[in-house]
Ligand binder design. Structure first.
Ligand code: PLP
Length: 384
């Protein structure tokens, strides 16, 4: 008998399992279309010039390895919050609670813990379908009941706007909605500004709580202010309480350094002070102190006009290249005579291109030898 006889075997996470399969595959033509990590034109991870410069600056100054405070590196927290909210909203910072987190995932988990501490009975959590798969896991593991709502119209390959509105209208007051602030994963399909305004009106009228997953700010358009529109509209114009889970994994390429931040916009400075203190207690019992190195890098990048400008250029490089790739893929599919329409590819934005292929087609592309069509000479003469 073991103390852990009740532990279940949980199948590997689909995205990471796919990466493992990809690494094992000997085919020289393989392409990894799974994990959301940016690659340069040689297929290699890209260390952003802004990040490289910040790293060199830090190393030249000499780094120590002391603990950060429980809430995280102060400069980083302040600069991250200002980046997400913009300076106009950030200047009213007495109504904010800000806590450094283990990247975006850690931010979501901390906000989940906070909501659990403050809400009885636990509200329902509404999550778009499709979404980043960990949303369900993070909130279910905390005991929340998660409801998926249809976000994407698979037939017309666009936002399922009618469903979105009807779910907002039908959800119990006090429910939590997880929304992707921009660059929806995996559809690359976001509400327009007018649609965001409508979402905001309903949320306000129906007393729903909005949790922004902001994992791709700047990655959508290359312009942070543009990409943060929804966050700033809800908090700055509608004056709604909201949680913003900021990640610098993608937009600074700091994936493995786990650089993130929880920014809570609250109704009063007393609530903000108490919320921040509760976050501090929760952080203490979870990780004690967040990691320092990545936060120091991000803080340097965000800390001066010059460094920020370099970062903005990096964001344009990444978002521009993904846009070009999307367009080339679209044009190549048309040139090959691929059946159907592919305009949706050009309308999408952010890191992901949602092709809309059936599972059968995906299997054939992944394992060409499994398909008689793709085993023929013509295929290999074109792609081989
Ligand atoms: N949210 C979304 C929508 C994501 O796609 C990801 C990562 O792929 C994350 C959050 C979490 O990323 P990280 O924890 O690496 O910041």
């Amino acid at each position: 008998e073991s103390w852990f006889a009740a532990a279940e075997y949980v199948p590997p996470d689909a995205i990471f399992a796919l990466t493992a399969q990809y690494l094992k595959d000997p085919c020289p033509l393989k392409v990894n279309l799974g994990q959301g990590t940016y690659r340069d034109h040689t297929g290699k991870p890209w260390v952003l010039p802004s990040v490289r410069q910040a790293r060199e600056q830090l190393l030249a100054q000499g780094l120590d390895h002391e603990y950060l405070p429980i809430l995280g590196l102060r400069d980083f927290r302040e600069r991250a919050a200002e980046t997400a909210l913009g300076s106009a909203i950030y200047s009213g910072r007495e109504k904010l609670a800000i806590c450094q987190s283990l990247s975006g995932t850690g931010a979501l988990h901390l906000v989940g813990l906070l909501l659990k501490k403050c809400q009885r009975p636990l509200p329902k959590v509404y999550i778009p379908e499709p979404t980043w798969s960990n949303h369900h896991q993070v909130f279910r593991s905390l005991g929340f009941q998660c409801e998926s709502f249809s976000y994407y119209d698979y037939e017309r390959m666009r936002l399922d706007w009618d469903s979105y509105l009807s779910v907002l209208d039908g959800a119990e007051a006090g429910s939590i909605f997880i929304v992707h602030a921009c660059a929806h994963n995996p559809t690359g399909c976001d509400p327009s500004k007018a649609q965001w305004r409508e979402v905001g009106q309903i949320m306000k009228r129906r007393s729903l709580f909005l949790l922004f997953d902001a994992a791709y700010l700047g990655f959508n358009s290359g312009d942070l202010d543009e990409d943060a529109f929804a966050i700033r509209h809800f908090i700055g114009e509608l004056k709604l309480e909201a949680a913003v889970c900021v990640s610098f994994a993608k937009n600074m390429g700091l994936y493995g350094e786990r650089v993130g931040c929880v920014v809570m916009a609250l109704n009063s400075h007393v609530i903000a002070r108490n919320t921040q203190s509760t976050l501090e207690m929760l952080q203490r019992s979870e990780v004690s102190n967040p990691p320092a190195f990545g936060a120091k890098i991000a803080s340097v990048v965000l800390g001066s006009e010059k460094q920020r400008r370099t970062w903005y250029t990096d964001l344009k490089t990444m978002s521009g290249r993904t846009r070009e790739m999307r367009e080339s893929l679209h044009d190549a599919l048309i040139a090959c005579g691929a059946p159907g329409t592919w305009d949706h590819l050009k309308q999408q934005s952010g890191m992901f291109g949602f092709l809309g292929l059936s599972p059968e087609v995906v299997t054939i592309l992944r394992e060409p030898s499994s398909s008689s069509h793709l085993r023929d000479a013509q295929f290999y003469s074109v792609y081989g």
